[in-house]
Design a protein around this ligand. Structure first.
Ligand SMILES: *Cc1c(COP(=O)(O)O)cnc(C)c1O
Length: 233
């Protein structure tokens, strides 16, 4: 099997899972963006994905992403989503190539991204920020507690970033339904004060059905499409 066929199969099986999950919760596939997480995989895989119709890819390390994205032949046809924990000193670099940052979890990072957008001459609102929410047990993987979301949302809304909504990673040993249910509530509250912040980034290879059931608008799926990741270098 060629790499293209391998990725095509992975993509088809994930699309089928999304289609069924949508059917079960009475949602439309159009409401959901599939972000294929390409971390550790080469730029050539991104080109294959684009050929197969994918338009959004996710990366989680600046050092890897900034060189890889520049090598993608179809660069102008992809939307780049930064999904990993982000140090403030890498924010200026990420602001140059990312269209969406899913992991905004502190005011300092908002300020650093805001300056980065300005310096990179990106349009105001050209980079969308999602507030990463820490759901019980998920500490250490970034995110703010639900109670801190409103203040941070106001910071983002006052910056050059566009406030897109919320993101979470389900706790490793917890119940994904409970976690994504809680995230859906946090999103609902946020939309009370920021009606445009309607995105919910939730769900990965193992739990995307639960995320669709709880209103996810963005799924971040890696291994179920690309295969198991090579060991971390
Ligand atoms: C790697 C990663 C994913 C994708 O995980 P899979 O289990 O491979 O689907 C999603 N979200 C984040 C934040 C990641 O770092």
């Amino acid at each position: 099997m060629t790499r293209r066929q391998e990725i095509g199969r992975g993509l088809a099986s994930v699309e089928e899972r999304i289609r069924r999950a949508c059917e079960e919760s009475g949602r439309s596939r159009q409401e959901i963006t599939l972000v294929v997480v390409t971390k550790y995989f080469p730029a050539s895989d991104i080109d294959l994905l684009v050929d197969l119709g994918v338009r959004a890819v996710g990366e989680n390390k600046d050092q890897e992403a900034r060189t890889k994205i520049a090598d993608v032949a179809a660069r102008d046809r992809i939307e780049v989503h930064f999904v990993g924990q982000l140090q403030s000193n890498k924010a200026a670099s990420v602001a140059r190539y990312a269209d969406v940052v899913h992991s905004v979890d502190r005011a300092r990072l908002v300020r650093a991204l805001d300056r980065g957008v300005h310096r990179a001459d990106r349009a105001e609102g050209g980079v969308t920020a999602l507030i990463q929410v820490s759901l019980d047990g998920a500490e250490g993987r970034g995110g703010v507690p639900p109670g801190d979301v409103p203040a941070l949302a106001d910071d983002v809304a006052a910056s050059r970033l566009r406030l897109g909504g919320v993101m979470a990673v389900a706790p490793l040993d917890g119940d994904p339904d409970r976690a994504f249910g809680r995230l859906e509530e946090v999103s609902h509250e946020l939309r009370g004060s920021h009606p445009g912040a309607s995105w919910i980034s939730a769900g990965m290879s193992a739990d995307l059905e639960h995320a669709v059931a709880h209103g996810a608008t963005h799924l971040r799926v890696g291994s179920a499409i690309l295969g198991s990741r090579p060991p971390h270098r």
